[in-house]
Design a protein around this ligand. Structure first.
Ligand SMILES: [Zn+2]
Length: 189
């Protein structure tokens, strides 16, 4: 997307030059915190969720690229959203366990309780994933693991970034680090 921003891995992991403004909402950061950013699971992996939760978790874990950000700015809205999603995840987990228990205790609605259980646990995994820093900050590690892609970054965050560094001895300025890497082979992600 045209509004996407790419930050080099070094900038993200050290926190040097990362503005004190939320990248998603453009509001002042409530505080900076360590965030373990992940790459986005491939779209097809969500189909595994319909089969079972465990294969989805395994595939997502095996294919993911991580980047540990020190001092990432999260605003009050981000923190409220994360808290709310964690509550939803907890509710779905409790519901899944409750439905499973009821299915064992009162057999007779076998398929109903099985599906209720599967949907609750799948919902739990999805809610927990959305409560993670990558989804909250709308930041994902690129498939090569070298940069952090900010989807639809807030203009205030963009404006607060330091100017792109110039390479010494280079006849022309290098491409801005805010531009997307040309080598990315899956622009749709
Ligand atoms: Zn925010």
């Amino acid at each position: 997307m045209i509004n996407d921003l790419y930050l080099p891995g070094g900038m993200v992991t050290t926190g040097d030059g990362v503005p004190g403004v939320c990248a998603r909402h453009g509001e002042p950061a409530l505080r900076r915190q360590t965030a373990d950013f992940q790459s986005r699971p491939p779209e097809w992996s969500y189909a595994l969720l319909l089969i079972a939760v465990l294969p989805f978790v395994v595939v997502t874990y095996l294919l993911r690229k991580s980047m540990m950000a020190t001092g990432w700015p999260f605003c009050a809205r981000c923190r409220a959203r994360a808290r709310w999603l964690r509550l939803v995840a907890l509710g779905l987990l409790v519901a899944g366990i409750g439905i499973g228990y009821a299915g064992i205790r009162y057999p007779g609605h076998g398929s109903l309780s099985t599906w209720g259980c599967i949907l609750s646990f799948a919902g739990f995994v999805v809610a927990l994933m959305h409560a993670g820093p990558s989804r909250i900050a709308r930041a994902e590690v690129t498939q090569d693991g070298l940069a952090l892609r900010l989807r639809n970054a807030a203009p205030a965050f963009r404006a607060a970034l330091p100017p792109a560094p110039l390479a010494v001895g280079s006849p022309a300025p290098p491409p801005s680090w805010a531009a997307g890497p040309a080598r990315e082979s899956h622009p749709g992600w």
